[in-house]
Design a protein. Structure first.
Length: 49
């Protein structure tokens, strides 16, 4: 009776959460990428005239 879990037991809950994790990354990443894109656009306008 060891306290270590087998790899198949620890992978179960993670594999169930993969769509949620992907959605969370998109939820944060999409606005972040858009904001960075807008920042670059404004910065180029600022420094190039």
């Amino acid at each position: 009776m060891s306290s270590e879990s087998s790899p198949s037991e620890s992978a179960g809950p993670l594999s169930d959460r993969r769509p949620l994790i992907a959605f969370a990354w998109l939820w944060v990443g999409a606005p972040l990428c858009y904001g960075l894109y807008e920042l670059v656009q404004k910065a180029t306008q600022l420094f190039t005239g």
